[in-house]
Write a protein that binds this ligand. Structure first.
Ligand code: NAD
Length: 420
């Protein structure tokens, strides 16, 4: 049964519509998919539950799924990332029930997930795997009707692979994150730009000449390091994987242990998908005034309980900044409660990059609708042809045409006889 939408304020809808349409103009691939879905109705009669960051870009994905014929319900995948005006606009102007309020507490967050589950979805969309894991644990009666699910982010894919390895995953999931047209662009350029945006909006501190430490040199970390350098910061990378550490070194960054970097750091930004990567020892070594922020999926990357224990008092001098006054006299500044800084203190990824991520989502959902019953209960890679389709649509929208292989080249590249 569908509950009444649960959002902050319907009066915000007008502003939400303006911002959703602004993003739409930057999403040419989704525009093309909306036209196709309206024509072909690949999701006709299906119920879809989505647990994603409630942003302008997500709103546009919801429009595409609805145009494809689905009934869609949406909740947040993070308590701090909801754009309340977007939630209002989705309810009033686009006819999509939303259960999400920025700043909601943990109980409300899960009550909102339950409200989506109450719509009895047959396909789930996740960003961090909270909806799908709740469905398996709290609403197993839905499992027989499930066709499949999609997962947007690295951390969610890791959780789902662990579920599959335990034999606990009861329906197939497409790892949208693993599409090249997702993580190569979204995690790198999207997180790179928007994380810096979040840090700058929250602090308004000049980055040029500062020491900026990036923890984790994965797809997100690469983007963050690249953009911090572009602002003139001195960037240090910390890693646990030798290959990635070597890559960071060859990319021109200083690489060292976090314990060595912490006393020099003006900023420490985590993007590791791992727990307590900034731990008590690092907090004890950190420079006075250091800004701490996280861009990884969960708020576990910085050991906040340890930070609390080291502190005698807290003060919030600006929105999204919490200053911790430590017993030893130093002050450490935590942004956005250690949650995704790019979504909490800024607006998440720019629309043109989410255009590709969400085109993958839309195509993955259509694929599940078509093939779901025949797919094994596992985490599946996106079919390569869908990835190529998204890349081609994006290139076309940018007015870029590329060369094609000649017949001679095709023969050459698929033969082994021709050599020196
Ligand atoms: N902020 C956003 O909008 C956004 C967007 C995409 C992904 N994410 C999230 O960001 C996180 C990273 O994603 P990714 O795609 O870059 O993952 P990734 O697996 O490519 O990279 C993570 C890196 O962190 C390193 N790492 C792990 N533990 C570490 C430690 N203790 N110290 C230093 N390095 C460590 C790993 O070796 C790896 O190289 C995930 O939680 C993902 O879900 C966030």
């Amino acid at each position: 049964m569908q509950a009444e939408p649960s959002i902050r304020d319907l009066a915000l809808a007008g502003q939400g519509v303006d911002r959703i349409e602004w993003a739409w103009a930057e999403m040419p691939v989704l525009q093309q998919l909306l036209a196709r879905f309206s024509r072909e109705r690949p999701l006709a009669g299906l119920r879809i539950g989505a647990c994603l960051h409630v942003t302008t870009e997500t709103a546009n994905l919801m429009r595409v799924l609805k145009a494809g014929g689905a009934e869609v319900a949406l909740c947040a995948s993070n308590p701090l990332s909801t754009q309340d005006d977007v939630a209002a606009a989705l309810v009033t102007h686009y006819g999509i029930p939303v259960y999400a309020i920025c700043g909601e507490d943990n109980d409300t967050y899960y009550a909102h997930i339950d409200a989506v589950l109450a719509t009895r979805p047959q396909i789930t969309l996740d960003d961090g795997a909270d909806l799908i894991s709740r469905l398996h644990r709290q609403a197993p009666e839905l499992l027989p009707d499930m066709l499949g699910g999609t997962e947007e982010t690295t951390t969610g894919v890791i959780r789902l692979r662990a579920m599959a390895a335990d034999g606990a995953l009861r329906y197939p999931v497409m790892a949208v994150n693993d599409a090249m047209t997702k993580h190569l662009f979204d995690n790198r350029y999207g997180t790179g730009q928007s994380t810096l945006d979040g840090v700058i909006r929250a602090t308004n501190i000049l980055l040029a000449g500062r020491t900026f430490v990036v923890v984790g040199y994965g797809w997100c970390g690469r983007g963050i390091a690249m953009r911090a350098r572009g602002h003139g910061a001195h960037v240090i990378v910390t890693e646990v994987e030798p290959l990635r550490a070597l890559e960071a070194t060859m990319d021109g960054f200083e690489v060292m242990m976090l314990l060595q970097a912490a006393p020099r750091a003006d900023f420490i930004v985590t993007a590791s998908g791992d727990k307590h990567v900034v731990d008590q020892a690092h907090l004890e070594a950190a420079k006075d005034g250091c800004v701490l922020a996280n861009s990884g999926h969960f708020d576990v990357e910085i050991n906040i309980p340890a930070l609390e224990a080291l502190s005698k008092q807290k003060h919030a001098p600006r929105q999204h900044v919490q200053e911790y006054h430590l017993h030893d006299g130093r002050v450490l500044r935590l942004l956005a409660e250690g949650r995704l800084v790019n979504l909490a203190a800024a607006e998440g990824h720019p629309a043109s990059v989410m255009d590709m991520s969400f085109a993958n989502q839309a195509l993955a959902v259509a694929w599940i609708a078509r093939e779901g019953r025949g797919i094994s209960r596992a985490v599946h890679a996106m079919p390569a042809e869908l990835d190529a389709e998204v890349a081609s649509l994006k290139l076309a929208s940018l007015g870029i045409t590329i060369d094609t292989l000649t017949e001679e080249q095709q023969r050459y590249l698929s033969s082994w006889q021709e050599g020196t």
